[in-house]
Design a protein around this ligand. Sequence first.
Ligand code: ADP
Length: 506
Amino acid sequence: MFRKVLIANRGEIAVRVLRAAKELGIPFATVYSEADRDALHVLMSGESYFIGPSPSTQSYLNIEKIISVAKEAGADAIHPGYGFLSENPEFARRCQEEGITFIGPPPEAIEAMGDKVTSRKIAISAGVPVVPGTEDSVESFEEAKSFAREIGYPIMLKASAGGGGKGMRLVFEESELKNAFDSARREARGAFGDDRIYIEKYLEEPHHIEIQIIADQNGNYFHLNERECSVQRRHQKVIEESPSPFITDELREKMANSAIRLAKKVGYFNAGTVEFLVDKHRNYYFLEMNTRLQVEHPVTEMVTGIDLVKAQFMVAAGEKLNWEQNRIIQRGHAIEARIYAEDPLNNFNPSPGRIIGLINPGNPGIRLDTGVYQGFTIPIYYDPMIAKLIAWGESREDAISRILVALDEYRLAGVKNNIIFHQVVINSEPFREGKYDTTLLEKLDYAALIRAKKKELIKKALVAAVFVFIEDSSAEDSGKESGSVSSWKMLGRIQQGIMRTRPFKL
Ligand code: ADP
């Protein structure tokens, strides 16, 4: 298929991609920065190239360095993973120029969809509904003001070049507009070197629901149903699931058709995701298209049984997808929790550092896509997401039970993490009932729930410690040695009690 693939990424996604390459029998090489010398993806590859200092601008984002390493390695394909260079049309073009296959869509499609104003226009021309808003970017505050009056508050200011929530501002009334407009522009200029801003009507209590698509280079387009990604903090996803508990079969069909129409309009091939907002009346609106593999792609893999990364390789190699849309059957339910090294009780501040203890969960239907191991030091330079925990179940209830058990077993000591946050959110009534939208985390007092849960854990730990103490001293009193049964029990209790308290600073 390919002589060799260079995996131009790090962390869990580099591991995910190299595993797919291994299964396909494609030789692979990886890259690493200074901070990633001992990273899991490096340990898992026989061939890994140093690409520069830790800051990503000098390593994982250094186009020329990555191209030169690909040539040195003799790679004829590059998989960019997500983030970094995955949605950079210049990089995709450089690969083309060098005769290296970029495992992703054509550069023109990346470019068209990378600009939110342009992609909205394309969506309109493809007959796909978009969130009401300006057709073009607004040039001045005055223009913004008059348009906002026309569509009515609240509104969203968005950076045309946006992504990752940058340059995005929610504005409730005119008096806030000036500040929001100036600061959104500044932020967009800083993040993207492009300060064009446009306006969207702010939809109240919407759902974020996205359609996974994949197309080959022979014009065969498929969709792999939806993912519900409405559990968001500051407009960034933290928990995703499929199927969505909110949409109907009819709506799914309509959204999927829209997604495919849009993809066809830009001559898309390879995997991609069309994101929509869905209001409470189940009207759907195009939000943006991500022209790469998504973080949350495992949710779709778990319910469809399709390996999206392998499919990406096949499509990039020019192979035909011999699929039939109506034979892509979704089975059961999957939920993903993004595990971050961050402190949920302290504004989710990143908590890089050394992992001193690690117990990974397992069970049928449990999948852990991770980029770390015990002893690894999570660098300060990159996104603090360290793993994704995915649970599959026959029903939504089964998937919830499974992920809760897995979260309960999961131990990450040495760095603060958000495991407990996931436990309380997934256990919350709105989530359990599947009645939530993107405002869930604003409404849920998760800090109080986390504190209550911690108290309960401390109590259990203390009780376990007392048990150990009593058992130990009574064994001594009776003159018996604390034999094997007792010491196993002891170990179990210590693990149950003390280990549990470790990942969280009490
Ligand atoms: P980015 O590309 O910066 O991540 P998106 O346009 O994808 O930004 O939006 C991210 C999230 O912000 C959405 O999933 C949704 O929760 C919220 N959002 C964006 N636009 C709107 C809108 N017009 N109305 C309500 N919520 C919105």
